[in-house]
Design a protein around this ligand. Structure first.
Ligand SMILES: O=S(=O)(O)O[C@H]1C[C@H](O)[C@@H](O)[C@@H]1CO
Length: 631
């Protein structure tokens, strides 16, 4: 295969091309990116007296425990307490939390631990000691312990302490315990808002889990789409994501029942997202709720005003100057300077109207594009509003400047559709491919179970096929300004979706083969697209050539999605150095990185000989990135 490479760039490659799509799905937030290690830490959004209310909590040493609606709630946002009856004269009694399917015990960390307590009826005669510990769930080995003092008071009082483990645990099956000596006190203690927080990434207050944040940082992402995805929408209108319920002290955040079947604490709220986006060097693509809920309800056009106002306030919180209520609120939290906000998405995907998720147009939800854009664009002229329907279907007014399109498909589909944007009319409309991933090898069942072709982890075959689709974004990045794989994160033990770009349990992170493909593209983005001989879309060999300004170099990406070695000759437009760098990801079709073998398939870097007419042999099922400095 001869690839003639044009010396004149067709267009610059946008800085925003590669980024992250995020929502709290499969514990991406609570139990994942968000640093809190205790699950159900504040008994939010649960019915007192139910088993679910005690999710992740259990009794120690004969204590009787129950979640109650406290007669004196910790706050209006946190009405439920963990009521603990300490029996007469027992030994060590109390409660323990099992975390998010385990808790990492790391002796290099100093954990901040805290909880609120009060004695609702009989007060102890004096102060009593309580122990806060990290313990092996089975071994009952104590890895860290700190004694705190509970004063005889009926008023809510917070204790905080720090825990530094004296050794590592042999596995993740560890718990957080609060115990006291039954001999010192028997009676009722109410607890509220517990927390166990290891050091957060870059030291952000109420911030992110370090290993997950670091793995995302290494993708060099340029944007962060949040808060969803379905999790923006709410199962009902009342349970939609609301920015103003996710800010300020944790005792003021009620949390909500998320769209993926678990309670969202909203400890990771809009302010934490925005600070982290800044620390990561990204920019937000922020969604506003747009009138429809996942369960089917939608707000009649005539009743939208309060929801449009809430969206306006959400934007004002992000970019308003401090003379506005939103800007003043932001400043009061510590960030008087407006955040960057160039993109606001109206809704998530208007349910079944996004591309490729085929459904009869009749199922279109009432998509409220005009109501929101008419109200918001004038006040925020520099913000580009993104529509989330099919492209021009339905035809929307005012004409959207940008669309967010989603696709979940098979490896074959991605291999055959690298040219998806080639034929789109250039009329100024730009595109955000906000969600794409190989979900299955079965084109007639994209969302089934593994026995029907569903992927649990990305495979080499899936990832090198996604690379072909991504080469299409590079080639068309005059109109594709952003693209992100979805879902980004998934907990190995408890998830609602597979595959995910990055999997994790309570201790380790598993970078998938698709994670590495994203990293290879994003870290080698280049600055200019150089047109070259088009590949045969029915074939299995694809390439993309870009030019990097600093240091000056050609970057060649080659995806061999076939099962046979393939050779190409690149006829480069100018002289090059005698050697270049090759980064290569290669494996068998169904190879995946898994918790048991997280580094089975990783990119390998080597030096290769280079010349202006560069011959390259691409191994079967491989993605290669060759950087060749200009002479
Ligand atoms: O059920 S789906 O619509 O397929 O859900 C998909 C599309 C939605 O935007 C996102 O939240 C989810 C998985 O990434």
């Amino acid at each position: 295969t001869i690839v003639a490479v044009n010396g004149t760039a067709s267009h610059p490659i946008p800085k925003t091309l590669w980024g992250l799509m995020y929502e709290d799905i499969s514990h991406s937030g609570d139990g994942g990116l968000y640093g809190e290690r205790l699950q159900n830490r504040a008994f939010q959004q649960v019915a007192p007296g139910t088993t679910q209310a005690l999710n992740s909590w259990s009794a120690i040493g004969g204590a009787l425990i129950e979640v109650v609606a406290d007669t004196i709630p910790l706050s209006s946002a946190l009405p439920n307490s963990l009521q603990v009856l300490i029996p007469e004269g027992a030994g060590e009694v109390g409660v323990e939390n099992s975390g998010y399917y385990g808790i990492e015990v790391n002796p290099a960390w100093t954990y901040n631990a805290s909880f609120f307590y009060r004695f609702p009826s009989i007060l102890p005669s004096g102060s009593i000691a309580a122990n806060i510990s990290l313990v092996g769930a089975e071994s009952r080995t104590t890895f860290a312990a700190s004694s705190v003092t509970l004063n005889p008071t009926a008023d809510w009082t917070q204790v905080t302490t720090s825990l530094t483990p004296n050794s590592s645990a042999s596995d993740i099956n560890n718990t957080f315990t609060v115990t006291l000596d039954g001999a010192a006190f028997s009676g009722v203690v109410n607890f509220g808002l517990f927390s166990l927080f290891p050091p957060a990434w870059m030291g952000q207050e109420n911030g992110m889990r370090e290993d997950i944040a670091q793995a995302l940082f290494e993708l060099k992402p340029s944007f962060f789409r949040f808060p969803g995805g379905n999790n923006l929408e709410g199962e009902s209108i009342a349970t939609r994501w609301q920015w103003n319920a996710t800010i300020g002290p944790l005792v003021n955040r009620p949390g909500r029942v998320g769209d993926w079947g678990y309670v969202n604490t909203d400890g990771l709220g809009i302010y934490e997202y925005l600070i982290w986006i800044e620390l990561m060097g990204m920019q937000p693509i922020m969604a506003v709720w747009s009138g429809y809920a996942l369960g089917g309800a939608s707000v009649p056009e005539a009743d939208l005003a309060p929801y449009i106002e809430q969206a306006r306030q959400q934007i004002e919180f992000v970019v308003g100057n401090t003379s506005t209520p939103g800007g003043a609120l932001r400043a009061s939290l510590g960030h008087s300077k407006p955040f960057i906000l160039n993109y606001v998405e109206i809704g998530n995907e208007a349910r079944f109207t996004c591309d490729f998720i085929s459904a009869a147009p009749s199922t279109y939800r009432s998509y409220r594009w005009a109501s929101f854009v008419d109200a918001l664009q004038n006040e925020y002229p520099s913000i580009r509003f993104i529509a989330t329907t099919r492209y021009n279907n339905p035809v929307l007014a005012p004409k959207p400047k940008s669309y967010d399109l989603h696709v979940y498909q098979t490896p074959t589909w991605f291999r055959q559709n690298g040219g998806y944007y080639d034929s789109v009319t250039r009329d100024g409309t730009t595109f955000f491919e906000g969600e794409y991933a190989t979900t299955s090898t079965n084109s007639s069942n994209l969302y089934g179970i593994p026995e029907q072709g569903r992927l649990i982890y990305p495979t080499v075959q899936a990832s090198v096929s996604e690379a072909v689709f991504m080469m299409g974004f590079e080639r068309n990045s005059d109109i594709v300004f952003a693209a992100s794989y979805a879902p980004l994160l998934g907990h190995v033990t408890e998830h609602q979706w597979t595959p995910n770009l990055l999997s994790f349990d309570s201790e380790q992170v598993i970078k998938s083969t698709s994670y590495w493909v994203q990293q290879m593209f994003s870290a080698n983005k280049g600055d200019w697209y150089l047109p070259s001989t088009l590949a045969n879309t029915a074939g299995t060999l694809f390439w993309s050539v870009v030019k990097q300004d600093t240091p000056l170099a050609f970057i060649l990406k080659i995806s061999n999605a076939g099962t046979a070695t393939a050779s190409l000759v690149f006829e480069l437009p100018s002289a090059v150095a005698s050697s270049g760098t090759l980064i290569q990801l290669q494996g068998s079709a169904t190879d995946s990185n898994t918790p048991d073998n997280p580094n089975l398939i990783v990119p390998v870097t080597s030096t290769i000989a280079a010349k202006q007419n560069l011959t390259f042999t691409a191994p079967a099922l491989s993605l290669s990135v060759i950087t060749v400095p200009l002479a």
